[in-house]
Every structure is written in structure tokens, then in C-alpha cells.
Design a protein around this ligand. Structure first.
Ligand code: DGY
Length: 326
């Protein structure tokens, strides 16, 4: 019975994302794209966020109390990622700001990339490519550029959520033994269902030929893999990290790779991205991907839609949102 038109909710999208997400947002909201090309600088973000109802954030945006202080209208932070360690979730909860992420849509792409790194590190593909381009391949030879056999080896998965399980599924095709460690132990039924064996972290590290990390980054998982853990691994083993850089103590990893404590590593994430820890890029026994886990056309489009739907659900009440922490 009121003639008053509600104002359209205002959404700041940190930087350009696939069009499908922007299109959906524009149907319901007034949309500002912070940076058309490149990353939003902190000062620009703090300026643009002030009168916004929602923020579609990147994992490179720090969403903390300072930001929330200058954005009194903010009702939802929709992270364009499944991980949300860039967001002070407790601070948001205190202020009644909903925090959402993009679970599910990037599971397969990230599991695929973990496998790409595992295979690359084991069979020294990128290292061989470098050597080839440098004109250092002289002839096929019985003992030339040998690596580690993947089929039939033991894979240790740390963290057994969606992505860890998708990695385990792929291991079946390689006849691998799969051992798992996670925050919540698996019961025998789950072990059977997934064809895996639950182990303590130490046992997993001691038994695995490949260790792949699929845990969230939290205070508890900070430097989960440090010098002590690396020393527990086989000297013939490989570490794969597609989760978050700070799960691994990088200087300790560099040393382990230099001294042969472990055979090699495949990394997609770094503690201080895009900066690489000193010594890392000088090593031949590590594959260094630039945070590509979810980087497929299909997945990035699905993430854009999920992140946009979360904002529409929270602000307009259409559909369901995927909030973090229940
Ligand atoms: C995530 O979703 O957390 C990845 O790091 C980026 O897609």
C-alpha cells in the first residue's frame, strides 16, 4: 500500500568477474565494479565500500574490522573463493554481517590441479621442459631424467572435505593406497565408502609417497607442515599444496627440498602470494603454479554465479546462500 520505491541494494564487486555473475547481480542490485583491470588497492576499497550493502570480495581483499567500520550498511560479504581466511568471520558475526563462500563449484577443478602437480612433480615434466628448451636434451637414455612411479604408490591426503575426497576418487584409477588425516576422524564405514585408511598425521607422513594438503587455513592449521613434519616424510616423497600457502612453513620446505629431506613438491599457493619464499625458484625439484586451482573457464563462471546468488539470497531473499560456518 506504500508508493515508496525501495532503493536497489548496492553491491561492490572487487574486480571484474565472469559476466554471468555480474548480469545476475544487475537484475537486482546497483553494481559497482571496483577495478576494471587489476586489483583494488586498499585505499580505493575503503573509499568505495562506504555506502555498500554487499561486497563481492576476492581472496586478495582483507575484510577486517577496519573495513567494516567504514561500511555501516554492509550486510553481506560474498567471497569469490571457497577459502575465507582473508575475512575476519568473527568480527563479521559480531556485526551481523553474513559471510558466504563458493563451496562445491570448484571441487573438481582443484582436485584436477592437485593431480596435475602430483604427476608433474613425480615425472619431472616441467623440469624436463625447461631442460629441453635450454637445448640440454642430448638423447634418449636408460637412466635419463627418471622420476617416481605414481601407479601403485601411497597417497596421503590431509583434510578430507569435498576436495580431499575428489582427490581420493581420482587415486583409484592409479591403483593407489590412500591414507587420510583430518580434524574429524573417519569411521570405518566412511573409510570403506571412500576406500581410504584413516591415520594420525605422523603415520600418514611416514607412510605416504605423495602428501597432498586439502585443509582450510586457520589459526590451528598455521604451518601444519613444518621442519618436524617434513622430517617424518620419506626422503623419496613429494608434498603437494593446493590449499593455502601458510599451511606449510616455507623456509623449512625450501631447506627440505635443498637437502633431500623430501624428493620434491608441487605448489599452487604461497604464504605471501605472489611473492615466492627465498630459494624456492632456484630449486629444480619443485613445480610452482601461480594459484590456478579453480582457474578453468567453467569453474570461474560457476563461482561468479554462486557468489552473485549468495548476494541476491542475502539481500533480496531469492534462493539460498552458502554461508560459512553453518
Ligand atoms: C579458493 O576458492 O579458496 C581458491 O583459493 C580460489 O578459487
Amino acid at each position: 500500500e506504500t508508493m515508496k520505491r525501495e532503493r536497489r541494494p548496492r553491491v561492490l564487486v572487487s574486480r571484474k568477474i565472469p559476466e554471468a555473475g555480474l548480469e545476475l547481480l544487475r537484475q537486482h542490485c546497483s553494481v559497482t565494479v571496483g577495478a576494471e583491470d587489476g586489483m583494488l588497492k586498499r585505499e580505493e576499497l575503503l573509499e568505495l565500500i562506504q555506502d555498500q550493502d554487499a561486497f563481492l570480495s576476492m581472496l586478495t581483499d582483507r575484510v577486517d574490522g577496519e573495513l567494516m567500520d567504514v561500511a555501516p550498511e554492509l550486510k553481506v560479504v560474498s567471497n569469490y573463493a571457497v577459502g575465507y581466511d582473508n575475512i575476519d568471520v568473527e568480527e563479521a558475526a559480531r556485526r551481523g554481517i553474513a559471510v558466504t563462500n563458493t563451496p562445491g563449484v570448484l571441487t573438481e577443478a582443484t582436485a584436477d590441479l592437485a593431480w596435475a602437480l602430483l604427476m608433474d612433480a613425480a615425472r619431472r615434466v616441467t623440469e624436463g621442459d625447461r631442460l629441453n628448451r635450454a637445448g640440454q636434451w642430448h638423447e634418449w637414455a636408460p637412466m635419463f631424467h627418471l622420476g617416481k612411479e605414481v601407479t601403485g604408490s601411497t597417497l596421503g591426503i590431509i583434510g578430507f572435505g569435498r576436495i580431499g575426497r575428489a582427490v581420493a576418487k581420482r587415486a583409484a584409477g592409479f591403483n593407489m593406497k590412500v591414507v587420510v588425516h583430518s580434524r574429524t576422524p573417519l569411521d570405518p564405514e566412511e573409510e570403506k565408502k571412500w576406500g581410504v585408511t584413516f591415520l594420525s598425521l605422523t603415520e600418514l607422513l611416514q607412510q605416504s609417497d605423495f602428501v597432498s594438503i586439502h585443509a582450510p587455513y586457520t589459526e590451528e592449521t598455521h604451518h601444519l607442515i613444518g621442519a618436524k613434519e617434513l622430517a617424518q616424510m620419506k626422503s623419496s616423497a613429494y608434498l603437494i599444496n593446493t590449499a593455502r600457502g601458510a599451511l606449510v612453513d616455507e623456509p623449512a620446505l625450501v631447506e627440505a627440498l635443498q637437502t633431500g629431506t623430501i624428493a620434491g613438491a608441487g605448489l599452487d599457493v604461497y604464504e605471501d602470494e605472489p611473492r615466492l619464499a627465498p630459494g624456492l625458484k632456484e630449486l629444480d625439484n619443485v613445480v610452482l603454479a601461480p594459484h590456478l586451482g579453480s582457474a578453468t573457464w567453467e569453474t570461474r563462471r560457476a563461482m561468479a554465479l554462486r557468489a552473485a546468488k549468495n548476494i541476491v539470497a542475502e539481500l533480496v531473499g531469492i534462493g539460498e546462500s552458502t554461508r560459512v560456518l553453518g
